[in-house]
Design a protein around this ligand. Structure first.
Ligand code: ADP
Ligand code: MG
Length: 696
């Protein structure tokens, strides 16, 4: 190199990198020379030692060196170049199926060659198929690598050897181990956490010494890798804290707790709030009174009674003169919330507006008109609520149901939409999915958490059985029996293919089948391909008891509430994850009668599927199920990191590194207080802005 580049230069400044290669490197997330240092190997080759050819054994890779004794083209089933190489201890054949004239000419008798590959026996002689090889000048004989050789994730058009050369150049720029121009973590922090400094960690990971403990490296738990994982988690933590800080520096409307109206509202409810609901309600009301935006996640199992809390928060906002927006993940749920909130706020004289994607233009315009005007109202809808042409006159509170479909990026988009003149509405986020601690500490670190850890009294637990498909007829008899007693059943069709059309088709067939089997009962159908109005009609008929059986796709997964439904049949239950099964099962057990859930499966069951069905049979406790789910799938999978909007990690792995998290949190607070200038640099290094702040 010319010596003018720095780690902050673009990769085009590297020798041999033109615009084509630059694009290729960009595809790997490598823009600056510095980024090469954070592009880490996933495997290593030990080319530090030569093995005598006579000592080779099949089954692993070796580095060998020898003289070409013979080289010729063989015409067998495939044309190939075969070389015999010997080193005095034995001989081996090297076979190349793809070779050029130049290669052929270079491998003449007497040439010194070094090969890396896995030998295998063939008719009494060892052979290597397509080893990596290099022709050696005599003076390099016996000179092997001084470090382990890294293998990097790469992409078409970028050979390992090139990538190794580039990371080597970046390491040279990083310089001596004692200097740390790149290290953003202060010395005392490294000492406190017994972490190596950044240059040593990077050198070690890219070029481990011959005696390195490769098994630690391969498992990603070597101190050098821990140091990098720590820093990456720290950067994520800082970015969420900075998001949180943006909220702290804007103002929110102060929403008073109107105790008189609150008491009336609670009095009129057909039930008494549980202690857990009361506690969470107070947490919400306290946030609403503050002049900074609430950012609260309320987590409560299905049926724990979150809707009524949302209604109270909305009521308080309206009484204080603001609008409240209530956003649901699907049309079906939005409609149901609309019906519920209308009923709950019936005596309050507060207008409830429904903004659906399927309204006629005229009705939609009328709704939009009312929203723009600043009279207090509760506005209910799907994410259509936050589309371009929607404007709120006086938005004070946003309620988001089923958080897991709204990740960090969506929260930010909402924030941008809500912020006007440095003001921002309060945000109340509801989820039935228990959030593992690791995710709470990462993907949701910008939120406060409230947990409704108690179910309303009088619910009898749902009894669950797993039955093989052959026993389908027994299940149908069971449906006939309960429907005869005025109860209702769900039959959920699941299909592994994501296509809505195929799902709808399968559900249609099941409806026909069940109609045939249950001639004296009324079987309805609901699926995602239906018009909202049609879905609405079906749901109303089912809620009103005009249908006995509802065949559905997983559209009913969240939130639907029909207390007289007491039997849930889930087809192909073996294909679903625990959380989804739990959500579906939560549709029954909402009334006074005993409820049942039948998990139909197609044998043979895989070990994990058997495990999942057994867990479902054994417990109704959402927290326990979430914990088991985490054991079976790992925390990242529970909500799906993609859904949380958290960008993928490069080095850290939440399952493996979760015990670093408490220390990462402390370190984040320390850095913000003592070294604020380091925080942005860290965020930029690990999370280029466009990733986390891109809209979805
Ligand atoms: P989720 O938390 O799943 O959204 P919902 O808010 O839909 O639960 O409540 C489920 C059902 O329980 C509703 O029919 C609701 O009216 C009822 N409910 C809510 N709170 C209580 C309570 N404290 N006691 C009895 N029933 C309640
Ligand atoms: Mg709900």
């Amino acid at each position: 190199m010319t010596g003018r580049q720095t780690l902050h230069s673009s990769v085009v400044d590297l020798p041999g990198v033109g615009s084509k290669l630059e694009t290729t490197l960009n595809r790997l997330g490598i823009y600056k020379i510095q980024d090469l240092l954070f592009h880490l190997p996933f495997r290593y080759l030990d080319q530090t030692r030569l093995t005598p050819i006579g000592a080779l054994q099949a089954g692993r890779e070796y580095l060998i060196e020898g003289t070409v004794e013979l080289c010729q083209i063989q015409f067998g089933r495939r044309r190939q170049l075969v070389c015999r190489i010997s080193d005095g201890t034995g001989a081996i054949l090297v076979r190349l199926f793809h070779f050029s004239r130049v290669q052929q000419d270079a491998l003449t008798r007497g040439t010194f060659i070094r090969c890396w590959g896995a030998p295998r026996p063939n008719k009494g002689l060892m052979e290597m198929i397509h080893p990596e090889y290099r022709i050696l000048p005599r003076e390099q004989l016996g000179l092997t690598e001084s470090t382990l050789t890294p293998v990097y994730p790469t992409t078409d058009g970028l050979a390992q050897t090139r990538l190794r050369k580039f990371t080597g150049l970046a390491l040279d720029l990083l310089g001596d181990r004692s200097e740390d121009p790149l290290d953003l973590l202060p010395r005392e922090l490294l000492d406190d956490h017994e972490l190596p400094d950044l240059p040593s960690a990077l050198w070690y990971v890219h070029r481990p010494p011959p005696q390195a403990e490769v098994s630690l490296l391969l498992n990603g738990i070597h101190p050098a890798q821990r140091r990098l994982a720590f820093e990456e988690l720290l950067a994520h933590q800082l970015s969420l804290k900075s998001l949180r800080n943006r909220f702290l520096h804007v103002r929110a409307p102060t929403i008073a707790s109107d105790r008189t109206n609150l008491a009336c509202f609670v009095q009129d409810l057909p039930f008494r709030l549980t202690a857990a609901q009361c506690r969470v309600l107070e947490e919400i009301l306290r946030d609403l009174r503050r002049p900074t935006p609430m950012l609260r996640l309320v987590q409560g199992d299905v049926g724990s009674g979150k809707t009524v809390l949302a209604a109270i928060a909305a009521l308080m906002a309206c009484i204080s003169g603001y609008q409240a927006a209530y956003m649901a993940p699907t049309e079906l749920l939005a409609e149901q919330h609309y019906a519920n909130i209308c009923r709950l706020l019936d005596s309050s004289a507060i207008p409830v507006i429904y903004l659906s994607g399927s309204l006629t233009r005229k009705l939609r315009n009328a709704a939009l008109e009312r929203m723009r005007d600043s009279t207090p109202a509760v506005i209910i809808g799907t994410h259509a609520l936050f589309q371009e042409d929607v404007a709120f006159g006086r938005l004070g509170l946003v309620i988001i149901d089923e958080q897991h479909r709204f990740g960090v990026a969506q929260r930010l988009a909402l924030f941008e939409k809500g912020v006007a003149e440095n003001r921002c509405p309060h945000q109340l986020i509801m989820t039935a999915t228990p959030i593992p601690r690791t995710l709470m500490m990462t993907a949701f670190a910008d939120l406060d958490l409230s947990i409704i850890d108690e179910m309303p009294p009088g619910r009898s637990p749902v009894r669950t059985v797993a039955l093989s498909n052959e026993r389908r007829n027994e299940v149908i008899e069971r449906i006939a029996a309960i429907c005869g007693q005025g109860q209702q059943a769900y039959w959920v069709c699941t299909l592994i293919e994501g296509s809505e059309n195929l799902q709808a088709q399968a559900a249609e067939e099941t409806r026909e089948f069940l109609t045939g089997m249950l001639p004296s009962h009324r079987v309805g159908l609901i699926h995602g391909r239906m018009q909202a109005r049609e879905k609405d009609k079906i749901m109303h008929a089912y809620t009103a008891g005009k249908l006995d059986v509802l065949v559905a796709t997983t559209v009913i997964e969240v939130g639907v509430d029909v207390p007289t439904a007491s039997l849930m049949v889930i087809e192909n239950a073996e294909r679903l994850g625990l959380s989804q099964l739990h959500q579906l099962r939560g549709r029954v057990g909402r009334g006074v009668q005993e409820s049942h859930c039948v998990l139909l499966y197609q044998p043979p069951l895989s070990e994990t599927a058997r495990c999942r069905l057994e867990i479902m049979r054994a417990t109704n406790d959402g927290f326990e199920i979430a914990n088991k789910d985490m054991e079976l799938r790992g925390p990242g999978e529970i909500l799906g990191l993609r859904q949380t909007g958290l960008p993928a990690m490069r080095v850290a792995n939440l399952e493996r590194d979760f015990e670093l998290l408490p220390r990462v949190q402390t370190a984040a607070d320390y850095l913000i207080a003592e070294y604020p200038e380091a925080t942005n640099a860290l965020i930029n290094r690990w999370l280029p802005q466009r990733q986390i702040y891109s809209s979805v």
